[in-house]
Design a protein around this ligand. Sequence first.
Ligand code: AMP
Ligand code: ZN
Ligand code: FE
Ligand code: FE
Length: 291
Amino acid sequence: MATAPRLIDLHTHTTASDGSDTPAEVVRKAADLGLIAVAITDHDTVAGLDEGEEESKRHSIEFIRGCELSANCDYGSVHILGLWLPKEHAIYAEKFTALQTCRNTRNRKIIEKLQSLGINISYEEVIAVSGGEAIGRPHIANVLIQHGEVATSREAFDRYLARGKAAYVAREGLSPQDAVKLLASIGATVSIAHPMLISCTDAELNDIVADMRAVGLHAIEAYHSSHSESDVRHCVDLARRHGLVLSGGSDYHGTHKPYIALGRGRGGLRVAWHVLEALKEQRRALGLPLD
Ligand code: AMP
Ligand code: ZN
Ligand code: FE
Ligand code: FE
């Protein structure tokens, strides 16, 4: 009898940032799908991790404490995943709080731009739909939907919120190197998220990865809902060239991105247990803890 494939998902969002499921719901759904491990990786916050970890104890699923930091480079934003974050660290109060302040300043500027375009939405409404602590553009998109300004989140990004569009505002924040250093300094496994979404050439991506590798990058997210088979191959090549291991996850956001399923992405995603094993093996070799 064939055994079921043992699959994992190391990239998910919850109500602690811009996902629609609570941390407990994400863990429960991952367990119901039969995934053997799940990481919660909310944007610039660790607020959902205790709840997710607590829920994982009621199911046979391994929980990995994670986050996804946004950094700015010449080509726009670069997202950086931290996995196996420590439960407590002074950096959460010092640095992560500052990242939330950058978010809120930017969000307010986006609202002002929308208002100057004649769209009458308030930041209070955005806070009301967010429910979490890391508020972002998907929440603003939801308020635009509520107001009937757009039909879908995608339309909100295409018309107003994406880079270069009418209400886009760049965020003050970390450089990719600073984000890598920050996560590496607290003992996390650091992986560059969905690298093929960065708007740059292959040669430029190679340089970005080399610069991040020089300050402590461990891994590259080869498996992601947005990556084609050739994207995956490209990432595997990059990993080989720079001595990195692979990570993978769906980037599940619940109903905020209804076309992305937990564990399965757009349908073809499949992140196997050996991806987790290789990440763990690397941590063991580096003397980093696994709990
Ligand atoms: P923020 O944290 O405010 O920069 O928003 C980032 C979130 O917006 C992430 O969940 C992205 O996946 C999502 N996002 C960014 N660009 C787009 C886009 N063009 N279309 C849809 N979602 C996007
Ligand atoms: Zn998100
Ligand atoms: Fe991302
Ligand atoms: Fe993400």
